[in-house]
Write a protein that binds this ligand. Structure first.
Ligand code: FAD
Length: 485
């Protein structure tokens, strides 16, 4: 043993604690896709989502190359405890396709679409856009019920609901899902359908991404004519009340082939419709018989003659992308929605007055005519709420200047509050804004659905790994069985 003299030089100080090695090289090595970190080329592009108000800095954006990349990313999120966002098309209005300081699992490369024209089925990757699907099905004269803007991701849209121009003829997107390939929170891959994992299959169809990462969805597709009878009857501000009362009477009795969406907005300059608010009654007829369609539309013309109109058969791909330019990537957005059982006179007054007051571009609101095939699906078949809704109001923003945030969000909130006394209940998760969070869930899912969804969540995601969504918290002590394969 050697004594150290008191005045001898001190032993070298212990080195400063070193930061732990970055976990990201190991993550990158475990997948075929790529990991994009802050400061790296492309990061500023891949961190962004459609809603420009959601300007956050994820710790990493993982761009999956295939379904096998999903489980390692979920394992990484579980291990590190970092929040996880799953991104399909990145169009979520609340910005749930990204997360500040967390991991974004970007499925945007999973865009393959396979069509079986004989069986009339379509299988799409979990990151496909609506445009990808329409492009693949159109050559076969087929269409899947989807939404109305082609850049929207089918992942988010179809797991939440999927309302569009075929809703009354063939139901929501969720009503046409035949099966889903899902990676659960623990990394297990399962196939969900009416026969396999039926409870998971139920929850996926309306539960909005709460239960797993969907790497592929198989849909039923429907025949459509090469040219779809479609168009808009347009009314000016002085006619709003009259046209809405006419629409209320007319829409009580129209065939299921006809789906109508009324839009109130100041049209963009390129529509050449002036600078005043308009009420555009848009419609599409999902059938061959254009004469029958014209006769039905004429009944509305007879009740309320439009101030202008553009009605002509359109190629499905053109119709499905007709309003794309209105909603560019990076738009600032705040939306609210609810359902209605009828168009009461008081509700019509609110809509007409608010539409007249909306003299700017950057907000609008749509009234979707529901019923038809949508209403014939029983309440218990899917987790989507309020099957007896006759109309659905969606109030939406799509402005560009941050200085207008207060004005536009204020308009959306005020109209939603004024419409609320007439509402039939329920909300559609995909039309909800960032401040309509988990706490709103009881008002989203009608009946006993929330308890059933929570029980399912407990079974498949007890740690709530998938919480960057309109969250359904795990709760049930006796979860329904979900078999791991
Ligand atoms: P993302 O931001 O990528 O994801 C949305 C949510 O779904 C997230 O919580 C995410 O975790 C989850 N998710 C996405 N993909 C998957 C997956 N593969 N597996 C598991 N979870 C996933 N809705 C309609 O019904 N009809 C319309 O006509 C319509 N039009 C729209 C037009 C515009 C311009 C916009 C912005 C939205 C529109 N929506 C419409 C709403 C749309 O359905 C939602 O915004 C939807 O969330 C978008 O899905 P996404 O995959 O693009 O979004």
């Amino acid at each position: 043993m050697t004594d150290t003299p008191a005045d001898s030089p001190a032993a070298p100080a212990a080195p400063w604690p070193q930061p732990p090695p970055s976990p990201y090289p190991a993550l990158a090595a475990s997948i075929t896709g790529t990991v994009v970190l802050p400061g790296e080329p492309g990061y500023d592009t891949v961190r962004r989502v459609w809603n420009g108000m959601v300007d956050v800095q994820p710790a990493a954006v993982v761009r999956a190359a295939g379904a096998d990349d999903v489980a390692p990313v979920l394992a990484f999120a579980r291990r590190t405890g970092l929040p996880l966002a799953v991104r399909g098309g990145g169009h979520n209005v609340a910005g749930n396709g990204t997360v500040d300081g967390g991991i974004v699992l970007d499925l945007g490369a999973l865009r393959t679409v396979e069509v079986d024209p004989i069986a009339r089925t379509v299988t799409a990757g979990g990151g496909a856009t609506l445009g990808d699907i329409d492009l693949a099905t159109a050559p076969f004269g087929l269409a899947v019920p989807l939404g109305v803007v082609s850049g929207t991701g089918v992942g988010g849209l179809a797991l939440g609901g999927g309302v569009g121009w075929l809703t009354r003829a063939h139901g929501l997107s969720v009503d046409n899902i035949l099966s889903a390939d899902v990676v659960l929170a623990d990394g297990t891959q399962v196939h969900a359908s009416a026969e396999e994992q039926p409870e998971l299959f139920w929850g996926l169809r309306g539960g909005g991404g709460n239960f797993g990462v969907v790497t592929a969805l198989t849909f039923r597709a429907w025949p459509l004519p090469a040219a779809v009878y479609s168009g808009n009857l347009v009314y000016g501000p002085a006619r709003f009340e009259n046209a809405l009362h006419a629409f209320s009477a007319w829409s009580a009795d129209v065939p299921d082939e006809l789906t109508t969406i009324i839009s109130f907005l100041v049209p963009p300059p390129e529509w050449d419709q002036g600078n005043e608010p308009i009420m555009a009654v848009g419609f599409a007829w999902a059938g061959e018989d254009h004469q029958a369609a014209a006769a039905v539309v004429n009944r509305l013309r007879d009740l309320a003659a439009p101030d202008a109109e553009l009605v002509q058969p359109a190629a499905w791909l053109d119709w499905q992308s007709a309003v794309d330019d209105l909603f560019p990537h990076g738009s600032r957005a705040y939306w609210k929605n609810t359902s209605f059982n009828s168009l009461d006179a008081g509700f019509i007054d609110v809509l007409a007055r608010r539409a007249r007051e909306q003299t700017w571009r950057g907000t609008g609101f749509d009234l979707h005519h529901m019923g038809g095939a949508f209403g014939r699906v029983s309440e218990d078949t899917t987790s989507f709420p309020v099957r007896d809704a006759r109309y659905w109001l969606n109030i939406y923003g799509f402005w560009s200047d941050p200085a207008d945030d207060v004005h536009h969000t204020g308009f959306v909130r005020e109209l939603a509050a004024e419409a609320d006394p007439y509402a039939g209940g329920g909300q559609y998760v995909n039309f909800m804004g960032a401040d309509d969070p988990a706490l709103a869930a009881p008002s989203v899912y009608s009946g006993g659905k929330l308890a059933r969804l929570s029980a399912l969540k407990s079974a498949v995601d007890p740690q709530n790994l998938f919480r960057r969504n309109h969250n359904i918290a795990p709760s049930a002590p006796e979860p329904p069985s979900v078999q791991r394969q």
